[in-house]
Design a protein. Structure first.
Length: 631
């Protein structure tokens, strides 16, 4: 049993990180402290200064852990890592950057590629973003490819004398064919430099250079080249024409302001480069309106710049930030000096006021969207309850699906729709353990049994420990179960529930010839959706989501199995090295075709490992000396 008073009494005076946990041992909050004793004890002292959110969090704390660090900086970095690991519900959590696209330039390659990715990694490449406007990102990338004929393939660029013939992109004028040696590294690097400047909003130098080159071509009567340069110039001007000059400064600057109502906080970020607004991002921090502005802003800065690919030279906020450790960390992230200030007058204040106005508009739009979605989804649940003759609206729905290809890597998925939205924190995946081959019925029986038996065990554990509230991964049961199948799967679910003495309504989805939901099965009867458009749309969304979730997990297992079948058998190649190889070469075929030198240039691959990989694919033997030992 955790003795709270005793643990508070022995807290050290050192800096460090603390983790608040609920009765089920789940981390619900992570914080850093200059002095662990003072900071942690302050939570449990009755104080009017505590926000409502803090009071609710403290009421759920059953125990805490802490980690001592040597400095506040170490505590800050450790805090961020633990927040990313546990995603505590009472911390400021921004949307995971993988949901937003970056533009990536593979500068660790001799002939870099430029493409969109949703994963940011510290791999030596250049990243721009994350961007919230996905359409604008695609338009920007399309423009870049029209202006600069860079390679888009993952073909390995071989040494001179081993090069291949160019592909169709070269003949269409879409690529300079570095694979065939038709462009030097230096000339290719100039194109990449222009692309970087364009993405950073620094288009003046590019346009000046193109105009000079176009004039030179025209004077030399090379009108075809001049026309190509004119088109490039027009494309660049079209790309940047929406960017207004906002400030007289030519520094890289971010302007960050907030707006809030009774419950939530909206944060608006303006990215200004060379005096022009080149990007805008917004975030909604739900439930943080009662927190102090300085606390919210400091937490946001920490979360935002830990995930973004770039830290500007200057950051302007309306709320004054006095956290010196945060400022020092921002400088470490940037690698250069960072100015973090709250201006009091002039142009900077006007910019922050504009950002604040946009934050208010975003918050209003968010509330209106939530209200509209709530009404629509509530209508859908009402129609569903009426159709199924339920006593009340189902607040929590759980949907289940099985995914496999010819019986291989069978997986099950459970998604949750609760309080008019998908609750992704409650999604669960199941790797089928007891069923061989493509047997969806037995696979569904297994995952349902595992899910509800685990839930019953958790409920009993909660009762035995006399907890004040329920929780856990499976202890909350649904008001309605949705099976992605007809009578057969519904009957399987009913059998499992009967064996476990549970009474939960179960419905199945009936598909048409195009695998679209056309009706439902409930209590062995089929119902259509005549006059129930909202209910049909909601169930279609649930069906699409459970399919997506199941297929994503299946692909993950399949990719791991495929990677294992080839690379895991190579001596000296572990998981980290396998991933490095796939990141650089993109395919098993490219790894097989690579020279020892190219393999050794891969991060984490040394000369000995490169030789081992090359020997594995080409069946080469090491020479043996007279003693029989390999040389």
């Amino acid at each position: 049993m955790f003795d709270l008073d005793y643990q508070l009494s022995i807290l050290p005076d050192n800096p460090g990180v603390y983790m608040m946990k609920n009765e089920l041992g789940e981390v619900i909050y992570v914080g850093k402290a200059k002095n662990l004793k003072k900071r942690v004890r302050s939570y449990f002292i009755q104080s009017k200064n505590h926000s409502e959110k803090t009071r609710v969090m403290v009421s759920k704390v059953a125990e805490f852990e802490y980690i001592i660090t040597d400095s506040e900086m170490e505590a800050l970095i450790l805090e961020m890592n633990l927040i990313k690991k546990y995603s505590p519900r009472y911390n400021v959590l921004l949307k995971d950057d993988k949901h937003f696209p970056f533009i990536k330039i593979t500068t660790n390659e001799d002939f870099p590629r430029v493409y969109i990715t949703r994963t940011y990694a510290r791999d030596g490449n250049r990243y721009f973003g994350p961007y919230t406007d996905v359409t604008a990102v695609h338009e920007t990338l399309d423009t870049i490819k029209k202006i600069y004929p860079i390679r888009t393939c993952r073909r390995v660029i071989l040494e001179l004398g081993e090069r291949t013939k160019p592909c169709l992109n070269y003949h269409l004028g879409l690529c300079k064919a570095p694979c065939a040696g038709y462009i030097s590294k230096a000339d290719y690097a100039l194109m990449i430099e222009d692309i970087v400047n364009l993405l950073e909003g620094r288009d003046v130098k590019i346009k000046r250079s193109l105009k000079a080159e176009m004039l030179e071509a025209s004077e030399a009567l090379n009108f075809e080249k001049a026309a190509v340069l004119r088109d490039k110039l027009y494309a660049i001007e079209k790309t940047v024409q929406k960017q207004k000059v906002f400030t007289r400064s030519l520094d890289d600057e971010d302007y960050i302001a907030t707006a809030k109502d009774e419950e939530d906080v909206s944060v608006q970020v303006f990215n200004v480069r060379d005096g022009k607004l080149v990007g805008r991002e917004h975030y909604i921090l739900e439930g943080f309106a009662k927190e102090e502005d300085a606390v919210v802003m400091a937490d946001f800065l920490q979360s935002y710049y830990s995930g973004t690919a770039f830290v500007p030279k200057k950051i302007f906020t309306k709320t004054e930030i006095t956290d010196e450790v945060l400022k020092e960390w921002l400088q470490l992230r940037r690698g250069k000096a960072v100015t973090l200030v709250s201006p009091k007058r002039g142009e900077k204040v006007s910019m922050l006021s504009l950002a604040e106005s946009n934050a208010k508009v975003t918050l209003d739009q968010f509330k209106q969207k939530i209200l509209t979605e709530y009404q629509t989804n509530n209508d859908a649940l009402g129609q569903l309850a009426q159709l199924l003759e339920l006593d009340m609206l189902p607040e929590r729905l759980e949907a289940y699906d099985i995914s496999n290809i010819q019986g291989v890597d069978s997986v099950g998925s459970m998604i949750v729709y609760e309080k008019n939205k998908f609750k992704k924190s409650d999604y669960r995946r199941f790797k089928i353990k007891t069923v061989k081959g493509a047997n969806d019925y037995d696979s569904m029986r297994e995952i349902l049994t595992r899910r509800f038996r685990r839930g019953l065990d958790e409920v009993e554990a909660i009762k035995a420990r006399q907890l004040d509230h329920t929780g856990g991964k499976f202890s909350v049961f649904p008001d309605l179960i949705v099976m992605d199948g007809g009578r057969g799967q519904v009957n399987i679910a009913l059998e499992v529930l009967a064996e476990l003495n549970l009474e939960i309504p179960v419905m199945g989805l009936v598909k048409d010839d195009f695998h679209r939901t056309r009706g439902i099965i409930f209590q062995n009867a089929e119902y259509g959706f005549e006059g129930m458009k909202e209910a049909r749309n909601l169930l279609t969304r649930i069906q699409d989501e459970v399919h997506r979730f199941a297929i994503t997990y299946h692909r993950t297992l399949r990719d791991k199995r495929t990677l294992h079948s080839i690379l895991e058998d190579i001596p000296k190649v572990g998981e980290r090295r396998r991933r490095s190889l796939m990141v650089k070469f993109g395919s098993i075929e490219a790894i097989r075709a690579a020279s020892i030198k190219e393999l050794a240039e891969t991060p984490t691959i040394d000369q000995s490992t490169a030789e081992s990989i090359h020997r594995y694919f080409h069946g080469e033997k090491k020479e043996k000396g007279s003693s029989g030992e390999e040389k």
